[in-house]
Design a protein around this ligand. Structure first.
Ligand code: 9WO
Length: 270
């Protein structure tokens, strides 16, 4: 997957490309990340990318021309690589490759649609994507209506810019790329990804620390008992912490889930 990020702070992305799973994925070529700085596309001599809001008020707004130029450059860059690869695959470097679909352009802001694991899975399947990171009070609305395909929010809070949000999205997408996690199966074990329930508790050695013991069932080798304990723990947590998630999943629960849920509700009401 190839991603081009339009940002005034490209160095921030070293936090993602320099550490852990995301770093390894970039090194192994599962993901390529390039940054395009709108400042480099500002035509005025001071490299201004922001301006005062029409109608007055505090803060500054990112203006259309440098942003649009940077977005077009990002898109062109992703298509260039793709066309070169397509031509290479055919072994006909001279031939004109078929026109490629325009990459999806995503803007991160509190006004966006809430990001879910389902959306992350969908984005992880794309072969290219442009991420737009806003700063100041945000970007001129005409960029959002004309250039942006999808606006996403991580939650109902404001941070200083879209970069950290873009990195959260990228991290979630990167770890779903085939081969990004050491254990091929671990992504399927995440909260939300398999059952849609919250994760069960995890324990490792030692068996006892400061008087806290590992639940007995995990120490025996009864795999069916362990699986059933984990399901119960997941249901219990989700019921307590995310009743909204239970309500959403309940119509699709099987008999085992229903039985445990009924028991948990009875215990809670008595
Ligand atoms: C800045 C500002 C300054 C003066 C008066 C009002 C103001 N509003 C803002 C503002 O909301 N800036 C945003 C910063 C503009 C878009 C990029 N920024 C951002 C993205 N903050 N928080 C996010 C974000 C993204 C995804 N999920 C949660 C939050």
């Amino acid at each position: 997957m190839r991603v081009a990020v339009v940002t005034l702070f490209p160095a921030m992305f070293e936090a993602l490309t320099g550490h852990g799973i995301s770093s390894r994925a970039v090194q192994n070529g599962l993901m390529s990340l390039s940054c395009i700085n709108p400042r480099d596309y500002a035509s005025n001599k001071h490299g201004r990318v922001d301006d005062r809001p029409y109608g007055g008020g505090p803060g500054m707004v990112m203006s259309v021309p440098p942003l649009r130029a940077a977005l077009n450059a990002a898109q062109a860059q992703l298509s260039e690589v793709e066309e070169a690869e397509a031509a290479g695959e055919k072994g006909t470097g001279e031939q004109q490759a078929a026109p490629m679909a325009k990459p999806l352009c995503v803007y991160l802001s509190p006004q966006g649609e809430p990001l879910t694991q389902q959306r992350v899975e969908e984005l992880a399947g794309l072969d290219k994507m442009v991420l737009l990171c806003g700063r100041y009070e945000g970007v001129d609305e005409r960029v959002l209506t004309h250039d942006v395909d999808l606006e996403l929010s991580l939650g109902d809070y404001v941070i200083s810019g879209g970069e950290l949000a873009a990195m959260v999205l990228l991290d979630a997408v990167i770890r779903l790329q085939p081969g990004a996690l050491g254990d091929e199966d671990s992504a399927g074990q995440d909260s939300f990804s398999g059952s849609g329930l919250l994760d069960c508790p995890h324990y490792t050695r030692p068996e006892q620390t400061d008087g806290q013991r590992v639940p007995e069932v995990l120490l025996g080798g009864d795999h069916a008992a362990i699986a059933s304990w984990r399901l119960e723990q997941s249901l219990k947590r989700t019921l307590q912490r995310r009743p909204d998630v239970i309500a959403q999943l309940e119509p699709n629960f099987g008999p085992r889930e229903r039985e445990i849920l009924a028991r948990l509700r009875q215990a809670a009401s008595s």
